[in-house]
Structures are given as structure tokens and as C-alpha cells.
Design a binder for this molecule. Structure first.
Ligand code: CA
Length: 377
């Protein structure tokens, strides 16, 4: 019995690893459905380890021109230590003001509140561009507040989740799909500036990673200046919990991210869970006010010869009660997926045991293509 359970969970781990690496929306959504079936057979594990936690690191030394080299070094050590052990950190003192983050959520909310017909004009249609609006599920329920109406709609479409994907706006080939300014006033200008703000934070956090790994502070700069990133706004409408259970639906199946770092801005609803390394146990990354959840992606792990960890994570449905019915509330999140330049050559870092490099050199673009073809097989 015990060995059966173990082999099922090992199997799930292997499937998770091979199937959920990529952040290409259509592929992910298709694959997540098959994970949902697995999730139904493997109910959420109980919390067993009270010592497991995601470290909170105060990053203010990197935003303070007056900070001493020693203060920066000590922060850098904390960041690298968290990335080695957990692959995740709560970043506080990150320098992005609460007003900017609130505004990002407000603008995102205003966008998703648009009629489907308006958003559909901006539909995501090309994985190479990876820009535009993605609706998973066909029914629109976000504007409805009556729980009974929601429940009725959820029966038809239990897996509704929407996202809006934004890339660098100055890309020579691919254009962002912006809503009209009259539909969401200030959306485009704000998101362009938010993209730039997140890019700058990426540079600073990687400066700290470089220091923490014993490299020159600006080591990564020439590899990450082309803003090959993806800003994803996400909206999960409220849903009756019994339907999620019935369908075995997870809100986002277990996966790792493929780039350097991911920044996750969560609302207070929560739902993000992180796998404890070397186990099949997931633990909630409970939202902490004024922090950004930052995790290592596959390419940074590979660059560091697996010194830093790219950890599996997922989004599950937290619960709340409306009358006698249990509901999973609306959830909003914003993720910024950071990447090296497309042509950056990812070769084992000089301080990460290059003599015993586990992976051959690869460019970001080659890596992404390889991942895509693996996912399609
Ligand atoms: Ca992720």
C-alpha cells in the first residue's frame, strides 16, 4: 500500500517536471487539464513540516546608494542562500512603491472587467509573440456577484481563468495588443512603465545573485539588457468549491518557470503553493504585505549548475463561505517572467564548478525551442 502510494507520487513528480515547465499559455492550459485529473486522484497533502518556510529578505541595501559594501554583501548572501535552499524568497524593501503595485492591480482589474467581445479583439494568437488576451473557458462570470448565478455558470465552465500577456513594447517584430485608452484609461502607459520598473528590479536582484555567488556585481548585465521578459496579468473568477473538487481542478498545475527569475505580486487571497525540495509536499506561500514573491527559473538554475534551485509550484483554490456554500474567492495576481537576452549564451558560471558542468552551453532561444518541442511530444 505504502509503496503503491510512493510510486504514484513519484510518477506525478516526474510528470510535473516534464510537462509544466513552460509559460506558453495555450500549451499550459491544455496540459493543466491532464494534471487536474491526477490532482483528483492525489488530494492535497497535509502540512507535515512546520519548519519549512520561504525566507523573507530585506532588499533595501540594494536600493540605497548609501549602503555599505558589507550590507550589500550580507543581503546578497541571504538571497543566494534562499535560492539555494528553497528557490523562493519574499522580497521586502524591493523599492517598488505600494501605490504602483495597487495601481497595477486596479488597471488589471479594469481590463478584465471589459466585455469579452472587447478583450477577444486582443486575443493571443502566436507563441513566438506571446502577447495578448487568453481566456481559458468560455463563460464570462467575473462581473457577476450573485453566488447562485456564478454557481450555475461554473457548472458549464469550471476552469475559467483569464490572462493578459505583455512583452517589451519596442520589439522590432512583435507588437503588444493594447486595449483602447478609452476602454481602460492609462492602461498602456502604466503597463509600459511597470514593465520597465520590473526589468530594473530584475537587474538589481541579479546583481545581488552575482555578488552572492562570488561574481562581479554587474556580471549578468550584458546578458539581460534586452528585456526579453513577459508581464502576465491574471484573473481567477470566484468559483463554487464543490465544483472545483468535483472536477479535480487545480487553478494552475504544478510547474517550474523557464527563465531567470519570476516576480509574483499576489493579492491577499493567496493560493500559491511551493514544493518542499526533494519531497512531494506543497506548502502555501501565504501572501505577506509589501513583499514580492521571487523564484528562480530553469535557465538561472542551469546557468548556476543547479547551485540555485528552480522549484515546482502551483496555484490551488483557497476557500471561503457564502451562506451554506463554500466558495473559492476571486483571485488576482501579476507575474513578471524575467529572461536573459534571446541570444545570451548560458554557460556554467565560473564560480559554479564549470569543470563539472552538468549541461552544455545553450542560448535562451535554443532552450525555449527545445522545451517547446519536448512539450509537444
Ligand atoms: Ca510560475
Amino acid at each position: 500500500m505504502r509503496s503503491e502510494r510512493l510510486s504514484a507520487s513519484t510518477k506525478r513528480q516526474v510528470m510535473n517536471k516534464t510537462m509544466f515547465r513552460l509559460h506558453v499559455p495555450r500549451i499550459r492550459h491544455a496540459r493543466i487539464r491532464s494534471l487536474a485529473t491526477l490532482a483528483a486522484q492525489n488530494p492535497s497533502p497535509h502540512i507535515r513540516d512546520h519548519t519549512f518556510h520561504i525566507p523573507i529578505v530585506d532588499f533595501s541595501a540594494f536600493n540605497d546608494p548609501g549602503a555599505s559594501a558589507m550590507q550589500k554583501k550580507s543581503t546578497a548572501k541571504d538571497i543566494v542562500c534562499a535560492f539555494k535552499e528553497v528557490g523562493f524568497v519574499y522580497l521586502k524593501g524591493h523599492g517598488i512603491s505600494p501605490e504602483i503595485i495597487q495601481n497595477a492591480f486596479k488597471k488589471s482589474d479594469a481590463f478584465f472587467a471589459l466585455p469579452l467581445s472587447t478583450k477577444s479583439v486582443l486575443a493571443w494568437d502566436d507563441p513566438r509573440s506571446n502577447r495578448g488576451y487568453v481566456a481559458a473557458g468560455r463563460e464570462r462570470v467575473t462581473q457577476i456577484t450573485d453566488p447562485q448565478q456564478i454557481a450555475a455558470l461554473r457548472v458549464k465552465a469550471p476552469d475559467v481563468k483569464e490572462s493578459m500577456e505583455i512583452g517589451r513594447d519596442w520589439d522590432p517584430v512583435y507588437n503588444n495588443k493594447w486595449p483602447l485608452d478609452s476602454d481602460v484609461p492609462g492602461f498602456k502607459d502604466f503597463m509600459k512603465s511597470f514593465f520597465q520598473t520590473c526589468h530594473e528590479l530584475h537587474v538589481t536582484v541579479l546583481n545581488s545573485v552575482a555578488l552572492g555567488l562570488g561574481l562581479e556585481e554587474r556580471f549578468f548585465d550584458p546578458y539581460i539588457n534586452e528585456q526579453y521578459h513577459n508581464l502576465r496579468l491574471l484573473s481567477y473568477p470566484p468559483v463554487k468549491t464543490s465544483i472545483l473538487k468535483q472536477q479535480g481542478q487545480a487553478r494552475a498545475g504544478a510547474h517550474s518557470d523557464y527563465g531567470t527569475l519570476t516576480f509574483v505580486f499576489q493579492d491577499m487571497v493567496g493560493g500559491l503553493e511551493v514544493q518542499k525540495p526533494n519531497t512531494n509536499e506543497f506548502y502555501p506561500a501565504t501572501p505577506i504585505k509589501d513583499t514580492i514573491v521571487v523564484n528562480v527559473g530553469d535557465l538561472l538554475a542551469r546557468w548556476s549548475n543547479d547551485t540555485l534551485r528552480s522549484t515546482l509550484h502551483r496555484v490551488v483554490a483557497p476557500r471561503t463561505k457564502v451562506g451554506d456554500e463554500e466558495y473559492t474567492p476571486k483571485r488576482q495576481s501579476i507575474a513578471f517572467f524575467c529572461n536573459p537576452n534571446g541570444s545570451a549564451n548560458i554557460t556554467c558560471l565560473p564560480t559554479c564548478n564549470p569543470d563539472k558542468a552538468k549541461y552544455p552551453p545553450i542560448t535562451t532561444e535554443q532552450y525555449i525551442v527545445k522545451r517547446l518541442s519536448e512539450t509537444y511530444d
